[in-house]
Design a protein around this ligand. Sequence first.
Ligand code: CA
Length: 524
Amino acid sequence: MKPVNLKQVLSIFGLLLGCHAFAASQPPNIVLFLVDDMGWQDTSVPFHSERTPFNDHFRTPNMERLAKQGVKFTQAYAAAVCSPTRTSIMTGQNPIRHQVTNWTLNKDGETSGKTARLQAPVNWKRNGLQPDAITLPKLLQGAGYYTIHAGKAHWGAHDTPGSNPKNLGFDANIAGHAAGGPGGWYGKTNFGNNSDGTPKRPWGIPGLEHYYGKDIHLTDATTIDALKAVDTAVAKGKPFYLYLAHYTVHAPIRPHPPYDDNYKGKKYAGTNIPIPSVEVSYASMVEGMDASLGQVLDKLDELKVAEDTIVMFSSDNGGLSYGARGKTPRNTGRNTHCWPLKAGKGSAYEGGTRVPMIVSWARTNAANPRQKKIPIAAASICDAPNICEDYYPTLCNWAGISDLLAGREDVDGRDLTGDVTGEPPKITPPLLFHYPHVWGPRGPGYEPHSSIRFGDWKAIYFYQPQRWELYNLKDDLGEAKNLASTSPERLKELSDRMKIEHDRRGAQYPANRETKKPEPPVWR
Ligand code: CA
């Protein structure tokens, strides 16, 4: 018989007592619950200054539960599509700097379309994030965390090392690989793999073979396995970082039973408008996602680690508002899925980038030493703008490793600890959006663009028409009134600032299709 070491004895002793071996000096556990393509209005939690009809349509009781005990962010942002945001979360860098400016899939593959004159930047990082990066989970691993990836990775292309989360600092990987959408949602169809169980490229979900043929939804399977990995971490007596990045509510939009029963054959709240079948499915996906959040919170309670765990809820881009969604929700017209914001995922307008975000302790207890250190303001609202690259320095702070970022001039993000404790800065740095690509759909703002938000003002540059637009978001959240010609000085100020921030980070620009030369903005 092998001798049992002291650590094992303590661990077994802790399990027998039903308590965890979690020393007071340990940093908090962190859950980053990231939903895919969830819009700012796809929830019963109002993120607008007033309740909207969509808040009455969607059911997200667990988001409500989290918001009641934590901070709701009304002006949280991400990039306009998946991989840029996910890479920013992993690196703390803005897409301008990390250069994964579009979504990725196959090695050396081009996912960007072209305009009449322009193509994608010549050297954007088509293979995505790779192991040479100093990723957030690597830093957390170094600080003693057990790091768990569950769900959608979508930061490194197929046939590259970056496609596997384990090569980027995760101890465990559940269902994550190169692709950004599921080949199938159901165990019955092997989550999009072949019927004989062999993998199907590029969309078949990996690593969930034990559910093949079973009546289970991908969101539920991912949650179950993610929580098993949390069991492992707790049994080890280690703090954990759970990056639970669901594939839902990304296309293909299909029902998540049994939640579709809550919308089938029904009308939009307070109207006589029947809910179209695609929106029945979408709402069921949102509710299924929310149920997963509830399962996570309940599990943390069950393991008696809820007081020691911070949950950050967010989405990786704005809500889908074309194609796979219904053409006109509530009969309000095209591109109104994110109303009162304009357009959706992929667009330069607010619907493309503004996301729901909540940060809270999984269970509040002001006497808990970890909560004393990071006193997250309960039932509060933070209106200070933030963006996805801010999570990196924030989580490093909470993990007690901010010192590792000293002198790291490649980190663009801002530490949000003051924002969650009720002391946000009065002036926040400009937010930068950079999408020099053609994503696909036609419509408002779905074209190569860069924008900058500073204070209440937002300037957008569209590369193909070489056109600037300017909005005051405080007065005009729906970006209806372009002030570029009436406020030229304000526009120049923002154009100048955008140039400085682009130059600092080495921005790549759309290339002319003929000459292959980059075409930077025509600065004001
Ligand atoms: Ca996405």
